[in-house]
Write a protein that binds this ligand. Structure first.
Ligand code: PLP
Length: 464
């Protein structure tokens, strides 16, 4: 392989000379050099220096079935030898795409009068959310309400990096760099109890108050102008912000009251991550559109899409005529074949059931015990996603100054000691593969403890 022929330094030099990375400060990259990841197995990855790292982020929240799955490689190989590509435009189709759409429709639970019998395919979460904007606008146009254009999202949300994805997202740093959001997208606050709960307010009371910001925004915009509300079940990239139990039921009440569409962006949360095939089941709400990507193939090959609920599908299909929208790779046969093999693994190993069963309980018990660490202000889990906040003072919940870069310090100690954990400001977050065993969870927690202790000592030394 290339990694064997070139030294790490040579790869790093070529990397910084030619490769523009996503979400990367290239000045920093040029000075320090990228870590070159060369191979993987199970829950571990290795770099070009032979260092082994426990990947508690499953890549970017996607390798749910773990690394080293031969069945996925074989599915890709076989499909490439049979039919490596054909499009699904102009009245053609292919067998893996048909089978996958059928299977996803069967996996998506019916809720009330909503069912998901249709799937639109793309290659990523970002594209899927762009498609959502197009579909939502088309839906209201076809119903004779073209003035319903406004999509409400949330601050600190992540919905992708395309113009519509980044606009739907609520990352101020992304908006600042692209004259975003595009028109007719607006944002409300996120349900972050640790940060925004008032003294004496319960999490449940806060959940209802935070959901109320949606109603306030609908009234401000004008109910007849609002097309949809989009949200992640749990804000992932925003730092694993888990809403209080009262939040989603109240959101459901509000979207129903005003008849607006509900888009559940489950790019992170679907496919077992929260213990269910789809996360709306975990929280008991009724979306009209569900965005998916990442773990549908456990990240082995790009694939994304939208589960289109019957309310929207009926209008688009029965009243729509041709919808001028689609991607070269919509329903890519190889990606769909890999997804089918991935779902086979998830079903055979009962990965969603593991997460919502004893293994999930064990993970939660071990992770939540981190609350006792002097640096940890709060810790939370939901399925196999978890987050903790690093604080200066546990008693008063005093936060660190953003300039202290406490998350980055902690991330550095994780990295140097064999653990991939992500930092979002002062929050440390993980989303490990769903295949974790008790022993894996013990090892993960040992590594997290070690990193926290080293961080604490480091902060002490820096006088923070
Ligand atoms: N939506 C959510 C909730 C995500 O977490 C992500 C990526 O992390 C995206 C959309 C964008 O997906 P992609 O990077 O595949 O375009």
């Amino acid at each position: 392989s290339t990694a064997e022929q070139l030294s790490t330094r040579e790869i790093q030099a070529l990397d910084s000379a030619h490769f523009i990375h996503p979400f990367t400060d290239h000045g920093d990259l040029a000075t320090r050099g990228a870590r070159v990841i060369t191979r993987s197995d199970g829950i571990y990855i290795w770099d070009s220096e032979g260092e082994k790292l426990l990947d508690a982020m499953s890549g970017l929240w996607c390798v749910n079935a773990g690394y080293g799955r031969k069945a996925l490689a074989e599915a890709a190989y076989e499909q490439m030898m049979t039919l490596p590509f054909y499009n699904s435009f102009f009245q053609t189709t292919n067998v893996p795409a048909v089978k996958l759409a059928t299977r996803l429709a069967a996996l998506a639970p019916k809720v009330g009068d909503r069912s998901f019998e249709h799937v639109f395919f793309s290659s990523s979460g970002s594209e899927s959310n762009d498609s959502n904007v197009r579909m939502v606008r088309r839906y209201w146009d076809l119903l004779g309400q073209p003035q319903r254009k406004v999509i409400i999202s949330r601050h600190n949300a992540y919905h992708g990096s395309t113009m519509a994805g980044a606009s739907l997202g609520g990352m101020s740093g992304m908006h600042a760099q692209g004259d975003l959001p595009i028109p007719n997208i607006t944002h409300i606050g996120q349900p972050y109890f640790f940060e925004d709960g008032k003294p004496g307010e319960t999490a449940d009371a806060f959940g209802v108050r935070a959901a109320g910001w949606l109603e306030d925004k609908i009234l401000e915009v004008g109910p007849d102008k609002v097309a949809a509300f989009i949200a992640e079940p749990i804000q992932g990239a925003g730092g694993v912000i888990i809403p209080p139990a009262t939040y989603w039921p109240e959101i459901q009440r509000i979207v129903d009251k005003y008849g607006i569409l509900l888009i559940s962006d489950e790019v992170i949360c679907a496919f077992g991550r929260l213990g269910h095939w789809f996360a709306y089941e975990r929280f008991g709400y009724k979306p009209d559109l569900v965005t998916f990507a990442k773990a549908v193939t456990s990240g082995y090959i790009p694939l994304g899409g939208v589960m289109v609920g019957n309310r929207v599908a009926k209008v688009l299909i029965e009243q729509g005529g041709e919808f001028n929208h689609g991607y070269t790779y919509s329903g890519h046969p190889v990606a769909c074949a890999v997804a089918l093999a991935n779902l086979d693994i998830m079903e055979a190993e009962q990965l969603p059931q593991r997460v919502r069963g004893e293994m999930g309980d064990y993970f939660a018990k071990r992770f939540l015990a981190l609350k006792d660490h002097p640096l940890v202000g709060d810790a939370e889990t939901c399925g196999f996603v978890a987050g903790l906040v690093l604080v200066k003072n546990k008693q008063t919940k005093q936060r660190f100054n953003p300039d202290d870069a406490v998350g980055m310090i902690c991330r550095g100690h994780c990295f140097r000691n064999g653990l991939i954990m992500r930092a979002v400001g002062d929050r440390m977050i993980i989303a490990p593969p769903l295949t974790m065993t008790h022993a894996d969870i013990d090892e993960l927690l040992r590594l997290i403890h070690q990193a926290l202790d080293l961080t604490q000592a480091d902060l002490h030394q820096k006088g923070l």
